[in-house]
Ligand binder design. Structure first.
Ligand code: HEC
Ligand code: HEC
Length: 382
């Protein structure tokens, strides 16, 4: 499952330049003790080591978000990003890091309905899993961010998250013993900058690739990985019911290898929509109540569910789709209208049996990737 090396030729040029610089410094030769007192900012660092990200093969699609040329992945950049991801000095009162709300064992969620920022301030939404972000062109529940380098500033500065201006965090990192050298090795300068903090975090986040659930192995053609119950659940998940064939219509929206069509849709949680969702970004009334269709990868680890964490269990999620879709919700997705297993097609609800709901849940549990949540490369390094 290894794949195209994403090395950038730009990197090789930088490496050549760095070697030249190092040679020149060596040639400068006979330094006195005075000369050796180089200011950290001007110290020459060897160029960082390019990192070739291993991407999953078919049926995974090619990543939708190309690696930005201005921030190529490097071993040192990713390692710095990991340190920063777990660095509490980036929060106002030194109590919170990205890893507080994005915990690896929960597929980088926090187990809460809605996130809680420093000093207990309530976030209006539920923390999202961080996985396969190379396939997400629009980040967060309402798609308000497109690049990881841009998104990372929001949780650092938001009052309902870490609540500290990034500039203040930069000043703190500069004073901590380990960071000047780590920044030097990753970006060639031991002067910590806002841009390089954001770049390093984005590099680490891009390595959070999950592709080894039992369902992935089934899709790759490994025999015998799913039970009959799970396969029945998979069929129900993927089928749109029409009165003759029974189904849960989940794959209408959560389809494909990534279990999402990446669209923004209203799945009928409320008759009135307290959170505007996509409309807050697009300013179009027809987008009110629409949220990103989330991937269902690792879904058994990320309860509670939905953008505001209102549904505590997968059973509650199935009950929602089966019987409680708010049919009067503005902009309700057409795929949820007139979708029923009633043989006469008269019912306005999905009408799955208890057994069918349990089978779909059994399938959802095959989407858990234990290797991903136990990978030591993603864990807190301290
Ligand atoms: C207080 C808890 C909290 C902290 C701390 C936090 N996040 Fe989040 N994160 C959230 C919530 C809540 C959302 C959903 C935000 C929304 O939709 O408005 C989110 C969403 C995201 C997303 C979008 C994922 C996707 O699939 O679209 C990324 C990326 C992310 N966070 C990265 C980070 C990084 C990097 C840090 C540290 C700098 C961080 N977060 C710190 C709670 C938190
Ligand atoms: C019309 C499109 C659509 C269909 C059909 C659909 N979903 Fe969803 N699903 C969504 C959207 C949109 C969200 C996010 C809604 C929100 O939080 O406001 C979501 C959220 C979820 C979540 C919560 C994810 C999380 O991270 O909190 C689960 C679980 C889920 N759906 C499972 C299912 C199952 C199982 C089915 C079939 C019975 C199904 N969905 C059918 C669009 C759909």
């Amino acid at each position: 499952m290894r794949l195209p090396s994403l090395l950038h030729s730009e990197n090789r040029r930088r490496r050549a330049g760095g070697l030249l610089l190092a040679t020149l410094l060596l040639l400068a030769g006979a330094c006195t003790k005075e000369d050796l007192k180089i200011e950290p900012a001007t110290q020459a660092f060897p160029p960082p080591t390019p990192y070739a990200l291993a991407l999953p093969e078919f049926p995974f699609p090619v990543p939708l978000v190309p690696l930005p040329a201005a921030n190529p992945l490097t071993v040192e950049g990713i390692e710095l990003g990991r340190q920063l991801f777990y660095e509490k000095a980036l929060s106002l009162d030194n109590t919170q890091s990205c890893g507080s709300c994005h915990q690896q064992r929960r597929a980088f969620t926090d187990g809460l309905a809605r996130a809680v920022g420093v000093a207990g301030l309530p976030h209006p939404r539920s923390a999202m899993p961080l996985q396969n972000l190379l396939w997400e062109p629009r980040l967060t529940w309402d798609g308000s961010a497109t690049a990881l380098e841009v998104q990372a500033r929001t949780p650092i500065e938001a009052a309902v998250e870490m609540h500290q201006p990034l500039a203040a965090g930069v000043a703190r990192l500069q004073r901590l013993a380990q960071y000047p050298a780590l920044f030097g090795r990753a970006f060639g300068s031991s002067t910590v900058s806002e841009a390089n903090v954001l770049r390093a975090l984005a590099q680490f986040e891009r390595t959070l690739v999950s592709s080894n659930s039992r369902f992935d192995r089934y899709q790759r053609g490994e025999p015998g990985v799913l039970t009959v119950e799970e396969l029945t659940g998979m069929r129900l998940f993927s089928t749109h019911p029409d009165g003759r064939v029974r189904g849960g219509n989940c794959a209408d929206c959560h389809g494909g290898a990534l279990q999402t069509d990446r669209a923004f849709r209203n799945n009928g949680l409320d008759a009135t929509t307290p959170d505007a969702g996509l409309a807050a970004v697009s300013n179009r009334p027809t987008d009110r109540g629409k949220f990103r269709v989330p991937s269902l990868r690792n879904i058994a680890l990320t309860a509670p569910y939905m953008h505001d964490g209102r549904l505590p269990t997968l059973e509650a999620v199935l009950d929602h789709y089966n019987a409680h879709v708010a049919l009067t919700s503005p902009n309700l997705d057409p795929l949820l209208f007139n979708t029923t297993n009633d043989p006469l097609q008269l019912s306005r609800t999905l009408d799955l049996t208890a057994r069918e709901k349990a089978q779909i849940i059994a399938f959802l549990r095959t989407l858990t990737d234990d290797e991903f949540v136990q990978n030591p490369q993603f864990a807190d390094p301290n």
